[in-house]
Design a protein around this ligand. Sequence first.
Ligand SMILES: [Zn+2]
Length: 206
Amino acid sequence: MSQLVSRSPEITGILYSPAQVGRRAVFLAEARNKKEVRQIRELFEVVGQIADVAPLSQGVVMTYAVQSDGEPALFGKIEWLLKTQFSFSLVERNCSDVTFQLVRSLCKDVDAEVADLPECGICGVADPFPTRITLQHEDAPSVDRSYCARCAARLAEDDPGAAARALLRQDRRRVRVPTSIPVEMPAFTTDVEQAEPAELLLARAS
Ligand SMILES: [Zn+2]
């Protein structure tokens, strides 16, 4: 590996995107036909307008991780919608490795595809909503590194640049970044316009 690192292209930019803070939950539902697959997908598209949504599995077993720092009742509403509209559903009010293991084992023997989740560059744990660092190169495609919530919290610094460098230093790939390269944070665009219809749609569930 160290030989690979020494031949890595020169880094010309660092983009640091810290994970959003919020409560997390994993929602799983059985889809008995294509119509139910579509209905579940559409429900989480709506949820995606007001919260972060990451698909964990698609097919007979539909699973989504959701992260929200907004309305506390959101998870309850999604749970209610799944329970009343589909024959089998599960809710885990966290996003741990055990949950992902459960999803993988449920998908193993049925027609369902498990998504590849970003793995932490330090501890290897899967995290659907990781802190990301993009390493930009002049003559090569940029490379994304992901870090789980626990590692990001452990290495947190007040200064975003220092936090990003601390994560890269601990990265198992031993990413060497010259101090002359500044750490930038991508500009945020939130589509506030879309939030209202999604809230209204979900409000019907209460
Ligand atoms: Zn980690």
